[in-house]
Structures are given as structure tokens and as C-alpha cells.
Write a protein that binds this ligand. Structure first.
Ligand code: SF4
Length: 219
């Protein structure tokens, strides 16, 4: 039984890899600090929108020093087209100040330190660890949560942390970071929240939710 489940998961991962060979972080950044700022900005916003804002923002402000000197009000003006901009401005200024005070202006490479920074939760820490430092991690956003549950890569995981833990158990460590990108791409392009395109999904042969939906549609 377990052998079968492991085989099915391996087939899913292979198919995802085949379909999204170039999947990578969609937030444009040129160093760990920019990625950290962009990830904080991305809460409840599309990556495209964040990229438009950071293209302008990072021209003017580049380093933790630059951001630490701003007042939250000044930063709000720069990012106000993004949702939750007040909170994000406050957190980014405070995060930059803490980086300077406690980490010599460098983004730390461990989860505990990252999560101690204002505005940085587990998901943001995972994005930074995996994309900036190549440390295997699986950030669970809304797409990863939905698609992993539908595909049965996790079993009835009720919250993001449970999804992350089960994915880490069920996926080989050297595929964690890529699996995060594959699931996001698949969630955006095919396995959409309201109307998953099961009829054209390459994962349908391995997907319990897809099979259930297509059965219902033909009955
Ligand atoms: Fe999503 Fe349907 Fe594909 Fe399953 S078969 S992954 S539910 S689109």
C-alpha cells in the first residue's frame, strides 16, 4: 500500500518536473535582501504587481540602510498600490533596522533568525531560505496548500504547517524547493481554485480529486 502511494507521488513529481522545467521564484530580485522585501510585499498580492512596485522601489532604495532611514509613512507612499501597504511599510522599516542592529545588515541564513524579523513568518522564511540560499524548504502558500491536498501529496492536512510537514516527509529533500515552484505553477495555470482544468491536466491519472470531479461530471 505504502509502496503504491510512494510510487504515485514519484510519478506526480516527475510529471510536474516535465511540465514546469523552468519553474522558479517569480519575484524579481537581485540579492537576498531584495527577495526578503519583495516576499513581505507579496502577502495577498500577485507577484506581477509586486514586481511592478519593486522595479521602481529598488531603483531608489537598495540596502537595509536605505530602508531603515525611511519613516513608515514615506515607505507607504512608495507601495500604496499594494494591499496591506501600511502594515508592510511598518514591517519593512522595522525589519531593516533590526537587520542593521543585530545582523550587520546581512539577511540571516537560518529560520529562527529570519522568523524573529518583523513581518517574517514561516512562509517568508522558507521562500528566502530556498531561493536566496539554496537551503531546501517548502513554502506553503494558497496554491501549494490547495494543489497538494487535491493531488493527495498530503492527506487531509488542515493547515499550512501540516501541509509543509507532510510534504517534507513525502518528497525527497533534494526536490523540496522545486516542488514548491511546481505546485505554484500548476495551481496558477491548471489547478485553479474555483475551476480546476482537470480535463486537460496531465496529472489526472494520479489525482484522486481530479478523478472524483470527472466522475461527478459524467454522472
Ligand atoms: Fe487539479 Fe484536477 Fe489536475 Fe487534480 S486533475 S491536479 S484537481 S486540475
Amino acid at each position: 500500500m505504502e509502496m503504491k502511494a510512494a510510487e504515485r507521488r514519484a510519478k506526480i513529481l516527475d510529471a510536474l518536473e516535465e511540465h514546469y522545467p523552468d519553474a522558479k521564484c517569480a519575484l524579481i530580485h537581485s540579492n537576498p535582501f531584495e527577495l526578503l522585501v519583495a516576499t513581505i510585499l507579496s502577502a495577498q498580492c500577485t507577484d506581477e504587481r509586486v514586481n511592478l512596485v519593486t522595479a521602481r522601489l529598488f531603483q531608489k532604495y537598495k540596502t537595509p540602510q536605505d530602508f531603515a532611514r525611511l519613516t513608515p509613512k514615506e515607505l507607504e507612499e512608495e507601495i500604496k498600490e499594494l494591499g496591506l501597504f501600511r502594515n508592510k511599510a511598518k514591517n519593512i522599516v522595522a525589519m531593516s533596522q533590526k537587520l542593521l542592529l543585530e545582523y550587520g545588515g546581512d539577511v540571516p541564513k537560518d529560520r529562527e533568525s529570519l522568523e524573529s524579523l518583523p513581518g517574517v513568518g514561516r512562509k517568508t522564511a522558507n521562500v528566502v531560505l530556498s531561493n536566496a540560499f539554496d537551503i531546501p524548504a517548502i513554502a506553503v502558500d494558497t496554491h501549494v496548500f490547495r494543489v497538494a491536498n487535491r493531488l493527495g501529496l498530503v492527506s487531509r492536512a488542515p493547515n499550512p504547517l501540516a501541509v509543509e510537514r507532510q510534504l517534507m516527509k513525502n518528497i525527497p529533500k533534494d526536490r523540496w524547493s522545486q516542488a514548491h515552484h511546481w505546485l505554484i505553477h500548476h495551481g496558477r495555470q491548471v489547478c485553479e481554485a474555483r475551476k480546476p482544468k482537470c480535463d486537460v491536466c496531465p496529472l489526472l491519472p494520479y489525482c484522486p480529486e481530479g478523478k472524483r470531479r470527472t466522475m461527478e461530471a459524467t454522472n
